[in-house]
Ligand binder design. Structure first.
Ligand SMILES: [Zn+2]
Length: 349
């Protein structure tokens, strides 16, 4: 695996800034479950993405087919999951708008589908999955230049992206100031995708990579960008051109989604009965959730709430917000917290 975890922690001071974006997760319902997935078929319209040497196969067509097939499989298997697409036909959607669709709909997961290529190196093939990061290795820079270069096809890119120029490596310093708060879960999804994809039809596992890809950076939930194969490689190209092989690829990503959803849904168990023992010298707090899992600061499970405190009680981590001298004050604050966590309640500890 090529990602550098160290960098994640180096940027952890940035996390509070990003929580403003994560506030968009408000109103997700009474328990933490993966409810909404956004599937993003890369490119489209006047941006075909990469093209086969004979110019007959467009990346945008392959992306759309795999995206729609994946979405259909999720729809059928998980009726409780809302599947949204950034595009369902051959149209151009700006990068920021793709991320915005996911953010606006409080998506819990964002999956972007792409096809890779390398000029003049037809031997290079395989599957790889990207998460947002700042790895500046040369090959990754090529991928993110290509995937971000869509910006140049957008009309007002200089205002939308504040002068960011995807063809200039220096511009990527711009991304260094940011780190996606959902990094760990993005890595988890990326691992599941790679694990499934390498089962074939394209079995060359190029691993998980970090790159400053705009569509991943702009999203406020776990997000991955899957490069399902190389259009520049004859073997990969033959597979990608086949509808039934694309169906297998979609099925692999679907299996990764299922595993991710199962893990996600099991992570949090709400504890409904309030605490009964009231020790002296304590304060009123609002418990938002309890979990066997030790969640880190800025976890997306907190839905953007800041200063979440955790206490380990009877083997469960109990997560609370606020500190109030009276039950009345806590009750007033509880109303707001309930907008995000309807089952939140007041504790005294
Ligand atoms: Zn692409």
């Amino acid at each position: 695996m090529l990602f550098h975890l160290k960098r994640c922690f180096a940027f952890s001071i940035i996390v509070p800034l990003l929580l403003t974006g994560a506030d968009a997760h408000a109103g997700n319902g009474s328990s933490v479950k993966l409810r909404t997935v956004v599937i993003d078929a890369g490119h489209g319209g006047h941006d075909p993405g990469t093209i086969s040497p004979d110019k007959k196969i467009k990346e945008s067509t392959i992306n759309l087919d795999i995206a729609l097939t994946l979405g259909k499989k999720i729809d059928e298997a998980f009726p409780d999951v809302k599947v949204l697409y950034t595009r369902k036909k051959d149209v151009f959607i700006p990068l920021a708008q793709r991320a915005d669709i996911a953010n606006r709909n409080n998506a819990d997961l964002f999956i972007s589908i792409h096809v890779n290529s390398v000029p003049k190196k037809t031997g290079v093939r395989g599957v790889e999955t990207f998460v947002m990061g700042t790895d500046k290795s040369a090959s990754n820079m090529e991928v993110c230049k290509r995937e971000n270069s869509v910006i140049l096809l957008e009309k007002d890119y200089s205002t939308t992206y504040q002068g960011f120029d995807p063809s200039n490596a220096e511009s990527y310093i711009f991304f260094n100031l940011m780190q996606n708060a959902s990094f760990e879960q993005s890595i988890e999804m990326a691992s599941l995708v790679q694990k499934q994809l390498k089962k074939g039809p394209i079995t060359v596992d190029r691993g998980i990579k970090q790159a400053p890809i705009l569509v991943l950076w702009k999203t406020t939930m776990p997000a991955v960008l899957v490069e399902v194969g190389f259009l520049s490689n004859p073997s990969d190209r033959k597979i990608l051109a086949s509808k039934s092989e694309r169906n297998r690829i979609a099925d692999n990503i679907f299996k990764a989604f299922s595993a991710f959803k199962n893990g996600y849904d099991e992570e949090i168990a709400f504890v409904e009965e309030p605490e009964t023992d009231i020790p002296d010298g304590k304060v009123f707090r609002i418990q938002i959730m309890a979990s066997s899992k030790n969640l880190g600061e800025g976890s997306p499970q907190f839905k953007g709430l800041k200063n979440v405190e955790k206490q380990r009680i009877n083997g469960l981590y109990k997560y609370t917000v606020g500190s109030y001298s009276s039950q009345e004050k806590a009750a007033a604050a509880l109303k707001t917290v309930k907008e995000k966590f309807p089952e939140a309640f007041i504790v005294y500890r």
